[in-house]
Design a protein around this ligand. Structure first.
Ligand code: NAP
Length: 206
């Protein structure tokens, strides 16, 4: 069966850590495509902290344009209400019936999945790949899975991604302080941030 990677995140902004992680996951798990899905209204966040969905979407489009194995979906931006992963997976299963689903996201987010809406259903529909920053230790979490959630055993994988030393939080802070962000993300994304005044005091309302 073919395998579809689903890259879920806020991507505010997308950077090389995300792109390298998606490419490593594509190669290691033999994914035929990786679909980037920016979250619309993350269930656990104050929306006012996050750049407008359309801006985050456009930055991803610019970042992935040269990789034919990467694509983007606005599915969570078009849906009203909180962006529950279970709803997204239900739609993707219909749209990609001959594909096994692999949901890729940050390793620390993944440690919280047992608090996610309808997690039992989620685990039936997808396997998970946690893209881990250097030094991240998943052993406690995997032990908990082994002891308390046997249904998830073997369906949660971790992948160390050295490029994830880069973070969106750090990039936003650098822009605010007037520090350089060149080489942390694709140049078309850097220019987009600059042109739209993102992450500066003036641009933060965009
Ligand atoms: P986030 O808070 O923006 O990110 C948390 C951490 O994970 C950050 O360090 C972030 O680094 C990293 N990260 C996020 N996405 C990543 C990715 N695709 N690859 C590598 N690192 C990543 O997390 P979020 O975006 O809100 O949530 C992640 C995904 O989980 C989303 O698709 C969200 O919808 C889903 N989620 C679902 C539920 C639910 O259904 N109840 C609850 C929580 C999350 P950067 O800041 O550098 O990206």
């Amino acid at each position: 069966m073919n395998r579809l990677g689903i890259m879920g995140g806020t991507f505010d902004p997308i950077h090389y850590g995300h792109l390298v992680g998606a490419e490593m996951a594509r190669s290691k798990f033999n994914l035929s495509k990786v679909l980037f899905i920016p979250s619309g209204t993350p269930p656990h966040k104050d929306r006012s902290d996050i750049s407008a969905a359309g801006l985050r979407y456009e930055m991803i489009e610019r970042a992935i344009q040269d990789n034919p194995a990467f694509d983007i979906s606005a599915i969570e931006l078009e849906r009203k209400g909180p962006s529950y992963t279970v709803d997204t997976l239900r739609v993707l299963r219909e749209d990609w019936p001959d594909h096994e689903l692999y949901f890729i996201t940050g390793s620390d987010v993944l440690c919280e999945i047992f608090s996610w809406h309808e997690v039992e259903e989620i685990l039936k529909m997808t396997e998970f790949i946690g893209a881990a920053r250097p030094g991240f230790d998943a052993s406690d979490f995997l032990l908990k899975v082994h002891q308390e959630h046997p249904e998830a055993q073997g369906r949660i994988h971790y992948l160390e991604v050295p490029a994830l030393a880069i973070s969106s939080t750090d990039i936003r802070a650098r822009v605010k302080l007037g520090e350089p962000i060149r080489y942390l993300l694709p140049e078309p994304v850097r220019l987009f941030i600059q042109d739209h005044g993102l992450y500066t005091e003036e641009g933060s309302a965009l």
